[in-house]
Design a protein around this ligand. Sequence first.
Ligand code: 3PG
Length: 394
Amino acid sequence: FRTLDDADVAGNRVLVRVDLNVPMENGTVSDATRIERVLPTIKEISGKGGKVILLAHFGRPKGVDPTQSLKSIAPAVADKLGKPVAFAPDCIGEAAAAAVAAMKPGDVLLLENTRFHAGEEKNDPEFARALAANGDLWVNDAFSAAHRAHASTEGLGHLLPAYAGRTMQAELDALTKALGAPARPVAAIVGGAKVSTKLDLLGNLSGKVDILIIGGAMANTFLFAEGKAVGKSLCEREMADTARSILATAASRGCTVVLPVDVVAAAEFKANAPSKTVTVDVIGADDMVLDIGPKSVLDVTTRLAAAKTVLWNGPFGAFELEPFDRGTVQVAKAVAELTEAGTVVSVAGGGDTVSALNHAGVAERFTYISTAGGAFLEFLEGKVLPGVEVLRKR
Ligand code: 3PG
């Protein structure tokens, strides 16, 4: 597909789809990673004399909702960018047209939340045309929203010359390196609470990776499926058959599935709750598994040391409650060290995963951290991302 290298932006109105769906606390941005990631694209277009018109969604509003306005994000973008960012109170119509008409080459303008219009999520061609009226070309730099076939993430690609932004390129490069033609062996860590939400992921990965390491509460479902007691732990007992068939499929494809060998269990889900470490054969009726134990950490890190590519989605334990963050933190540190030693390429993504790696203080030491949640998962599930596909077709 075409990139900014191919785009003639000077003097032109460039609609840039970015992902500014950032976490907020008390009215201010609490994690600016997504803003930081789109700066290269904005700076490049602005620096080449293009008029940068930012399109983004925020939250999941049903129609116009002042509590989900992008107005409060504009100052954070301006701050990181080091130049003013104008704001228009609508993304189509007169307000948008007037703000665009007032722009000079190099200026940056943020338009109001695209999801204030029902046509955005419906990918309504009429709404897409109204968006397109303010641009000469379209740059998609929102990989993390590329799993949505919405007007601003997909529809515009049919109406204007379409280009991938720098973050879109970086995300696709990193993920393709990790899953497309990776250095082998490839190890994938899949954690999180539920098997039921990660069936497609486990199914696709078991056909692509050499080692599948399962952590988080979903590991309890696998342990239960193998006939082990899991006490009061989070466990989807009704998924036991499914878990067994995932294990059988993986084995038939030559993929080794790794489950915990020991766990840290407590009687309640609380920070610093009294806990004990037990092997997975002796989990008691009152035990709640909240983390993997030291033998599991050693097993996992030993296997990762033999890998050349590591993909990571989902924490090993209840990392938000100390000391049940230990397993995740120790494995995260080991992956960071292997990455720095140059023996593995490490790619991680998904909301919880990135906060867990930030908590471990090692996120910058990974080869690549995706800013995407749902889109990262869908990519690993082998699904087509509409916002990427439209770039390829054009
Ligand atoms: C995200 O936060 O993962 C993206 O911005 C997509 O948001 P959505 O799940 O509301 O479409």
